[in-house]
Structure formats: structure tokens, C-alpha cells
Design a protein. Structure first.
Ligand SMILES: NC(=O)c1ccc[n+]([C@@H]2O[C@H](COP(=O)([O-])OP(=O)(O)OC[C@H]3O[C@@H](n4cnc5c(N)ncnc54)[C@H](OP(=O)(O)O)[C@@H]3O)[C@@H](O)[C@H]2O)c1
Length: 277
């Protein structure tokens, strides 16, 4: 649990950093006075302070020194130069440090921060509306209480579960890239509706709400998706006619292989130099 006297630092208040701090404030997990955010550009720190009322600075060492929990929300290739800065590294010693950088492995984080308790986390963009999913993997020096704190942070912007570091590239693909795969499906379903005479805005609203409902059915009933699909599929009906077209297009292997390919690419993300990007 995050204590009332504790401070959380968000290093890099870009898209994801801001989403997480906003979620923490909205959920009432932390007061604005308990969060300190950093960014490279003064206009960003000023805007974040004005919008959320938190303390901001461009000095990562100052923010790390003031906090007990530190979120690293910079781009993957920016993590190493940030945390291996001797002043920042010293300020992070003895603290819980959570990286959300895609492809940056726990062993790298632990080597760069030998005196910190490091956690690797992979959130996704629906965190921006409090409907995200995050998976965390804990490093060797992380206590159960610290892992619970990391989970609590991400539960303020959606669901969160813990896994082993070795599956985090798969998680990066399924969870981090997954929204893009889902958007493609919503767009294609919408096109189908338009093809059959629906207005695009109507078709899109139906498709998105329908996909949300189907996802909630899986989560709330705990039933296998195949069993739920069978419930919709009446003999000689329209659903089986559409399903067979999807099977002809090898839709299952296309989607599964997209997850595989994105995971392979994710594994390389944190290992690239900025010049290779
Ligand atoms: N977006 C996603 O879908 C998603 C999902 C899961 C995980 N992630 C991970 O989340 C991390 C952040 O992604 P994002 O999309 O939020 O990126 P972003 O919007 O570019 O945010 C990163 C912010 O960090 C700032 N920054 C860079 N170096 C800094 C430093 N040394 N000190 C302080 N601030 C610094 C950047 O400033 P400048 O703009 O001036 O460079 C920028 O404002 C990435 O590692 C990514 O892998 C992203």
C-alpha cells in the first residue's frame, strides 16, 4: 500500500506517465502533494503542474531523492542514460523503481540499479481512460509489500497482474500492441456494416460497443470464448455463415501470428541504440 506520507516520482510525464499520475489522483490513491513529476522540457513540466497540481521539475535527481516510489516513464532507449547518471542512481538507492519501458529487461534494470528494488511493468494505452491492463514482473530484491504497491499503482488505471520476466515480451505484444490489433478488428467490422448499408458512425458505435460487451462476457462469465461463440451460433444460421468465411481467411492464425511477430520485435526494443531507431 502507498502510505499517506510517501511520495511517488514520475520521471517522464509524457503520454503514459501523465495517464498513470492522473489515474492515481482520480482514484484518490495519492494527494497531488505526494506526486512529483519530471520532464525534459519546461513547457511540459509547467503544463503538468497547472493541470494536475503536482510538483514538477526538470531535475530527475531532485525528484528521485524526494520519493520512495519512482516510475520510469521515458522511452526505452532513454532509461539507461537516465538511471546510470551517478546522481540519479544514488538517489534511487533503496527505493522501489518501476520501469514501464518496452523491451527493457529486469536483468538490465537490476544491473543499472544494483541498490534499488526494480519492477518491470507493461501497461497499455487504455490506461488513458482508466480501462488499461498492466502486467508487472518483479526483480530479485522486491518484497511482497513492494510488489503490492506496484500493483496498486497500476490498478488505479485498470487491471493489473503479476507474471515472470521471461513472458514480458509476449505481454508487450499482447497487451501493449494488442489495442492496435483490436482497433483493426473494430475498423474491419465497421467496414462490413458500411458495406451492408449502415452509416459509418452508426456502424462504428455498434462495432465498438459490441466488442466491449463480448470482452466483458469473457471476463465476467469466465467461460471459454469458444463456448460463448457456440451460444451465438444457431444451426443453419447467419453466424455460422460468417464464421466459416473468417475460418477460410485463417483469421485465428493471422491474429496469433501478429502477436508472435510483435513479441519478437518487442524483444529488440530496449536493446537498440537511439541511432538505430
Ligand atoms: N504509449 C504506449 O502505448 C505504451 C504502452 C506501454 C508502455 N509504454 C512505454 O512507456 C514509455 C513512455 O512512452 P510514452 O508513449 O509515454 O512516451 P512519451 O509520450 O514520449 O513520454 C516520454 C516523456 O519523457 C520525457 N523524457 C525523455 N527523457 C527524459 C529525461 N531524461 N528526463 C525526464 N523526462 C524525459 C520526454 O520528453 P521529450 O518529449 O522532450 O523527449 C517525454 O515527455 C516508453 O518506454 C514505452 O515503451 C508505452
Amino acid at each position: 500500500m502507498i502510505g499517506k506520507s510517501e511520495t511517488l516520482a514520475v520521471l517522464g510525464t509524457g503520454t503514459m506517465g501523465e495517464a498513470i499520475l492522473r489515474g492515481l489522483l482520480r482514484a484518490g490513491k495519492l494527494e497531488a502533494s505526494q506526486i512529483i513529476g519530471t520532464d525534459r522540457r519546461a513547457e511540459v513540466t509547467r503544463a503538468i503542474h497547472e493541470k494536475h497540481g503536482i510538483r514538477t521539475t526538470s531535475d530527475n535527481r531532485e525528484a528521485a531523492a524526494a520519493a520512495q516510489i519512482v516510475l520510469l516513464c521515458v522511452k526505452p532507449h532513454e532509461v539507461e542514460p537516465l538511471v546510470t547518471d551517478p546522481a540519479v542512481g544514488a538517489a534511487l538507492a533503496g527505493k522501489l523503481v518501476v520501469s514501464i519501458a518496452a523491451g527493457v529487461r529486469l536483468d538490465q534494470l537490476a544491473a543499472w540499479l544494483p541498490n534499488s528494488a526494480v519492477v518491470r511493468a507493461m501497461p497499455n494505452t487504455p490506461c488513458l481512460i482508466g480501462e488499461g491492463m498492466t502486467v508487472i514482473a518483479r526483480g530479485p530484491r522486491v518484497t511482497d509489500a513492494q510488489a503490492a504497491t506496484a500493483i496498486e499503482v497500476f490498478q488505479s488505471v485498470g487491471g493489473c497482474l503479476e507474471a515472470e520476466d521471461k513472458v514480458m515480451d509476449a505481454v508487450t505484444s499482447l497487451n501493449g500492441s494488442g489495442p492496435a490489433f483490436a482497433y483493426i478488428m473494430i475498423e474491419a467490422l465497421t467496414d462490413g456494416g458500411v458495406r451492408m448499408g449502415l452509416r459509418r458512425d452508426t456502424a462504428m458505435q455498434i462495432a465498438a460497443q459490441m466488442v466491449q460487451g463480448a470482452a466483458r462476457m469473457v471476463l465476467q462469465t469466465g467461460m471459454h470464448p469458444a463456448a460463448l461463440k457456440d451460444q451465438v451460433t444457431t444451426p443453419a444460421g447467419s453466424t455460422i455463415a460468417g464464421l466459416l468465411i473468417m475460418e477460410d481467411g485463417r483469421i485465428r492464425s493471422v491474429i496469433a501470428r501478429a502477436v508472435e511477430e510483435a513479441a519478437k520485435t518487442a524483444a529488440k526494443l530496449g536493446q537498440q541504440k537511439p541511432s538505430e531507431k
